[in-house]
Ligand binder design. Structure first.
Ligand code: NDP
Length: 285
């Protein structure tokens, strides 16, 4: 059988295009005297979190979004963190608030997320924003799933009527990704660690989104020929970061595939910028 290599969904290039548009929007806002502002909270000294935060600041700078960082010791109390987030809620020059996860065990993640004013919740994790997504009336949508949908749409393929399978049911990726696809009229299956016959479910997918955090768990035998495959996974192995999809074999079967790195990662950051600019536009109104 003749096998044609999949087309690559270049998340990096797509993110650059989006950032260029956001730069123009941020400049237009500044011309009206409003500078989009993002407040980032980083608790502890986890190197991966510190790197993510650094990249987010750089990205903000590149599009003209002001960003401030609250770097807090791992010993910070929940009340102290809540008070700092409340101060950001009331700061008119801050339009977006992000608390970098994970948080230390003594801090209740849910209490912190619920403290963030829903209109400044640029991560889209606040119950108000999650609820809006469930009701088909989303405002701030979680950055990674929002980016995933844009990547699928960038292929030109219509999502409506397609069979979509999402592997992973986390609050931040799997569930919101499934809701966004459902909203676009796909027939959606959500798989998780207790799903029976995962390979069979995956093979049914015209659109396969994988967010399980298991290196190369999806191989070519699990993918329908011609499918759009979005690999959210970021797994650190000896050779560096790899996705949840075995790119080498799956790219010979899929119609479209996103690479790791250079796929979902850059889009997640672009969506954070987009959510911040959108929150600023709403606040300016
Ligand atoms: P979580 O660990 O919160 O969720 C993983 C999900 O995958 C769970 O629902 C789990 O099922 C499911 N799962 C795990 N193993 C299997 C399996 N063998 N078969 C089927 N389902 C399985 O992870 P996240 O959603 O936070 O992240 C997923 C991946 O995406 C990670 O690699 C993470 O690093 C990456 N990521 C990348 C981002 C980016 O910007 N590039 C952003 C966010 C995440 P169950 O619920 O039953 O336990």
């Amino acid at each position: 059988m003749l096998r044609v290599a999949a087309q690559i969904i270049d998340g990096k290039a797509l993110a650059q295009e989006i950032r260029a548009e956001l730069r123009e929007q941020a400049a237009a806002l500044q011309a009206k005297g409003v500078r989009p502002g993002l407040s980032v909270f980083l608790v502890g000294d986890d190197p991966a979190s510190a790197l993510y935060v650094k990249n987010k600041h750089r990205a903000c700078e590149s599009v003209g979004v002001f960003s401030e960082e609250h770097r807090l010791p791992v010993t910070v109390s929940q009340d102290e963190l809540i008070n700092l987030v409340l101060a950001a809620n009331f700061n008119p020059s801050i339009h977006g608030i992000l608390v970098q996860l994970p948080l230390p065990n003594h801090i209740d993640k849910r209490a912190i997320i619920e403290t963030i004013a829903a209109e400044k919740d640029v991560d889209g994790f606040h119950p108000y924003n999650m609820g809006g997504l469930l009701q088909g009336n989303p405002r701030a949508v979680a950055c990674t799933p929002k980016g995933v949908v844009k990547m699928i749409e960038s292929t030109g393929m219509s999502i409506a009527v397609k069979r979509a399978v999402v592997v992973g049911r986390s609050q931040i990726v799997g569930k919101p990704a499934a809701m966004l696809l459902l909203e676009r009229h796909a027939t959606v299956t959500i798989c998780h660690s207790r799903t029976q016959d995962l390979a069979g479910r995956c093979r049914e997918a015209d659109i396969l989104v994988v967010a399980a955090g298991k290196a190369k768990m999806i191989d070519a035998a699990m993918v329908k020929p011609g499918a759009v495959v979005i690999d959210v996974g970021m797994n650190l192995v000896d050779t560096g970061f790899v996705g949840d999809v075995d790119f080498e074999t799956v790219s010979k079967v899929a119609g479209w595939i996103s690479p790791v790195p250079g796929g979902v990662g850059p889009m997640t950051i672009a969506m954070l910028l987009e959510n911040t600019v959108e929150a600023t536009v709403r606040a300016a109104k």
